[in-house]
Ligand binder design. Structure first.
Ligand code: ZN
Length: 290
């Protein structure tokens, strides 16, 4: 039995076979590596190409079927997906925020164009949507805003100050330009403002004459100087009790006078006593906003 055992070849284990194959292959490759180079990569690439082509053809051929399948899947898993999405959004809020910010930063120009186009196409619908949403939740929104403002008083104040520091010049310039255009279109309001400023400078405590009242006074006197009765378009305001003597810049103390009569009057008392216009009723109701 012992001699038999010596001549019988010992069966190789699978591990040994693999090891032998490895040794053989390595020797073959070392002797002539050229035919092996890139073969794995080429084979994988070819396989990938074939697989993709097959998948594409399959999708083309079963388009409707796949669509129906997908739709069914979405319907069946709607709630699950909603829950999952909500959870994801809640637990990954910070990551999502960062991701979105990065995306917006990277696609700024593109997004701007797209948004502009969308607003141009859906402007009315968006406006309506916004309005309806606001009206439906007005009380809630106002309460929320006010609570937020109260809770973030200092932050908001600092934010405002920072904004002013950064954009104050632009804002001021904008305001100045607006005022210039407004006064150019409404010279009577500009003039009234100047006169009121003079009244303030002269120390008048009451200075409530409005452009509408001044207009009514001129109408009442037929656009004539109360002293020389000449009719003219450029009448000055004469204060019966001068501002310098504590007179008020108010309806009952103002009469129209030409420039020369007004300046002559400053030297002495007027020759003609004048009755100031006392409008009946509340004249303020036609006052322009100043
Ligand atoms: Zn006059």
């Amino acid at each position: 039995m012992a001699t038999n055992q010596d001549t019988t070849p010992i069966p190789l284990s699978p591990e040994d076979r693999r090891a032998m194959r490895r040794v053989r292959d390595r020797a073959k490759y070392a002797a002539n590596p050229e035919p092996f180079r890139g073969r794995g990569r080429r084979a994988r690439a070819a396989h990938r190409e074939a697989r993709n082509a097959y998948n594409r053809a399959y999708r083309e051929a079963h388009r409707d079927e796949l669509k129906a399948q997908q739709y069914l899947y979405r319907e069946q898993t709607r709630e699950q997906r909603q829950v999952a999405n909500r959870t994801y959004r809640r637990t990954q809020a910070e990551a999502i925020r960062i991701q979105r910010k990065a995306y917006r930063a990277a696609h700024r120009a593109e997004l701007s164009v797209r948004n502009k186009q969308y607003r141009a196409e859906h402007g009315e619908a968006l406006k309506h949507q916004k309005k309806t949403a606001y009206q439906g939740n007005r009380a809630t929104i106002l309460a929320r805003n006010s609570a937020y403002a109260k809770a973030h008083l200092d932050t908001l104040r600092a934010q405002k100050a920072a904004w002013r520091a950064a954009k104050g010049d632009i804002l001021r310039r904008h305001k100045r330009e607006y005022a210039r255009a407004y006064y150019a279109a409404h010279p009577e309001i500009r003039a009234a403002k100047d006169r009121r400023r003079r009244a303030i400078k002269a120390g008048a405590l009451i200075r409530d004459l409005t452009p509408a009242q001044w207009h009514a006074i001129k109408e009442h006197y037929g656009h004539r100087c109360v002293y020389c009765h000449r009719k003219m378009t450029q009448l000055t305001q004469d204060h019966l009790t001068p501002l310098s003597k504590g007179g008020a810049h108010t309806l009952s103390n103002v009469v129209p006078a030409c420039r020369s009569c007004n300046s002559r009057k400053q030297a002495g008392p007027p020759k003609v006593p004048v009755q100031p216009l006392l409008l009946v009723g509340d004249s303020r109701e036609h006052c322009d906003r100043e």
